[in-house]
Design a protein around this ligand. Sequence first.
Ligand code: C2E
Ligand code: MG
Ligand code: MG
Ligand code: MG
Length: 283
Amino acid sequence: HAKAAGRNTFAVFGTHMEEILRRRRALESDLATALETGTQLAVHYQPVYSAIDGRMSSMEALCRWMHPTFGAISPDVFVPIAEECGLIQKLGLYVLEEACSLLADVQDCDVGISVNASAIELMAPGYALRVLTMLSKFSLDPSRLEIEITERVATDSEGKAAAAIRSLRDAGVRFAIDDFGIGTSSFGQLLNLNVDRIKIDKMFVDQLHENGGAPLVEAIVQMARHKGLKTTAEGVETADQRVTLTSLGCDNLQGFQLSKPLNRPNTIRLLSQQEQTRVSAVL
Ligand code: C2E
Ligand code: MG
Ligand code: MG
Ligand code: MG
């Protein structure tokens, strides 16, 4: 009897696995189609503010996919798929082009833009040239662009990503380490990467008011400052977090408490109303 039940469970599990695999294959080919047509994809922009004066300093470009039958799919799901099936470079270029064209559309505005780049993109030949070509296509100063990389880049032993970072930084492009503190690389490995900023992961912001939370963030901020790096706190959701992060010396703040990611029309509206690009200072 138990054997039968076991076999049954296995059969159910098997069907479930098949279903997952079928859906996954569908997503792979649908993502390729979405990248060809461009119609299901969009880029949203989340404002990042200066902690000191409350002015908007930059925006982070975040990719969105509206699937015709599955609905909105999170980038946490489709970015890894793109990485595994060779579509990440196309996706990265799509987002970069959208972001550059947005900046080019809004004249007389000095905010910067950041885009997320996968380690695979940075290691691919020609990455630095493709980025610089895109910037010049839209007549943008390279210093307007910041590229967010993850700790995975630090594990690239061949140094291909480091070479791409070096040539882009020489041209004026800035770099940030995203989701700082949650990866598996050591502080030493991370600091060997030549970057301009670290983005303190939301996890630390969530634990800010728990025991030991604030001293930990303070230590990260001090370490960054010692290395001449700026800090952005991610995932700021409450006014209390804003006050504490500002007093701990974080340079920039990003999170739903300040603004959610906005679609392109709303971003353009916000950028063209200079008055609105400032949130009220908290201190
Ligand atoms: P990320 O780069 O760390 O981006 C921050 C994520 O946190 C975004 O999620 C954003 O919407 C969300 N977020 C911002 N403030 C808050 C907050 O206060 N509370 C909460 N709960 N969430 C907040 P999103 O847009 O779903 O993106 C998830 C991740 O997908 C990104 O994390 C990034 O790693 C990746 N991603 C998104 N777009 C791209 C892209 O164009 N290229 C690549 N390579 N990765 C991307
Ligand atoms: Mg990011
Ligand atoms: Mg992040
Ligand atoms: Mg994240």
